[in-house]
Ligand binder design. Structure first.
Ligand code: GLC
Length: 434
């Protein structure tokens, strides 16, 4: 196994370089078949496989496409709401070289792994609106200097907070640190309106969301998971401060006990049922929690700010989002390519934002005055994306995230101390990255 460090993030994601991006390539996968690198071929019906939120966002766009392209209809396959399961389903299919899915909606962290395994086609940048994309989004679509995907959504973790409850407790502005968040929470709990409301939750179930939240705790305390040379460096005082802050929040009851089962959707339900004062979540929650059809108890009662920092260090979000790739085994790949260009263009991304508050990858959409009016969180998102840190990018991403989930979960459930968990994680990551 050889290790290759490729630092692909520049500009917008400049902070990302501090974390280092290790692309760990196994010789055997990289020198594999040439599937998918040839000419695009064929037109006709195709399938589009995506996770739940992306399926919802694409529905009206697919409907419009199908009306215009009766001979090139797109069938959407819902891979479910949990990132890890979507990844498994895609990989199982691609490992058998199945043409089952033509267009794949990938999490930003999978591009390197899927490209290295030659499961997705290299793309011609001229066919897609790449110049309009945020640099972090282009980087997340690129592997070894070549384009493999077209981004449709790029996002960072945001702190949602209940404006009504903070106001009732006399708190004038949202917290900027975990310590302030704790103090504000105590104030809110002492009010009539705040009694019975839990303080804070993120995504703490044992899945990809935990990797995201763990990375944010570590990075928000000034730590890293991999150093600038791509080597694991998580057994440090900074990472310890980050993980200890999270674990202490569980111990003190600031985070409710059931939070170890929370994923994006269950946490969103808790927030919109009015059960949480603070919630770490992606932008898609905004439109749903603000719905005026009775499905949300907190419509008009919340706002969004940047994640809280730890000590004197500012809060840092993990970089999230999704990109579109074409399966190396796709039939009708000309149609697949046109569909990718369509779903990735600024108009489609604008629609995803307008209808479902999904953070776009197209830069100008963040400055659209009508959208900023509708979604006041947009300037915050833009700021968050300037400092968001990608998770470690590796051909072995599946093993890396599993190791993080294992140790972070052991720490938040009290099975290991934060120090023990970080030591074990350091050894596991060293073994994985060689
Ligand atoms: C969101 C993010 C994605 C992340 C996932 C974790 O879908 O866009 O990047 O991996 O949440 O649950």
């Amino acid at each position: 196994m050889k290790n290759t460090l490729i630092n692909r993030f520049t500009g917008v994601a400049a902070a990302a370089t501090t974390m280092a991006l290790a692309l760990t390539g196994c010789g055997s996968t990289d020198s594999g078949s040439d599937a998918g690198s040839g000419q695009l071929q064929g037109r006709g019906p195709i399938t589009y496989a995506a996770s739940k939120t992306e399926v919802t966002a694409a529905a009206p766009l697919v409907k419009a496409w199908n009306a215009k392209h009766p001979d090139e209809k797109v069938t959407v396959v819902n891979l479910g709401a949990v990132a890890d399961q979507s990844r498994q389903l895609l990989i199982q299919s691609l490992q058998t070289k199945s043409s089952q899915y033509a267009v794949l909606n990938l999490d930003v962290i999978w591009t390197g792994e899927f490209a290295a395994h030659r499961w997705i086609r290299e793309l011609d940048p001229k066919l897609y609106p790449m110049d309009e994309m945020l640099k972090a989004a282009v980087a997340a679509s690129t592997y070894r200097g070549k384009l493999y995907a077209v981004p449709t959504n790029i996002e960072g973790g945001l702190l949602y907070y209940r404006t009504d409850l903070l106001k009732a407790a006399g708190v004038e502005s949202p917290p900027t640190t975990w310590a302030e968040m704790k103090t504000d929470c105590a104030k809110v709990k002492a009010t009539k309106q705040g009694a019975g409301v839990d303080c804070y939750a993120g995504q703490f179930d044992k899945y990809e969301g935990l990797t995201v939240n763990f990375a944010e705790a570590v990075n928000s305390a000034g730590g890293v998971i991999l150093d600038k040379d791509g080597k694991p460096d998580v057994d440090t005082p900074q990472a310890l401060t980050g993980l200890t802050t999270l674990v202490d929040a569980f111990k003190s009851g600031m985070v409710p006990k059931n939070a170890i089962t929370l994923q994006e959707e269950s946490g969103r339900q808790a927030f919109q049922d009015g059960k949480l004062l603070f919630h770490r979540q992606w932008s898609y929650q905004y439109a749903l929690a603000n719905a005026r059809d009775g499905s949300s108890k907190v419509a008009g009662k919340f706002a969004v700010t940047t994640l809280p920092g730890i000590g004197s260090h500012p809060g840092v979000s993990s970089l999230g989002g999704h990109v579109l790739a074409i399966s190396a085994f796709a039939k009708n790949s000309k149609t697949a390519s046109d569909f990718v260009a369509y779903l990735g263009d600024a108009a489609s991304q604008r629609a995803g934002l307008e209808n479902f508050s999904i953070s776009p990858a197209t830069a100008a959409t963040y400055d659209d005055p009508a959208l900023v009016k509708k979604y006041p969180f947009l300037p915050t998102s833009k700021k968050v994306l300037q400092n968001a840190v990608p998770r470690p990018i590796s051909v072995s991403y599946g093993d890396i995230t599993a190791a993080i989930q294992e140790q972070a979960y052991a720490a938040i459930t009290g099975k290991k101390t934060p120090a023990e968990a970080l030591k074990a994680l350091q050894s596991a990551l060293e073994a994985i990255t060689g």
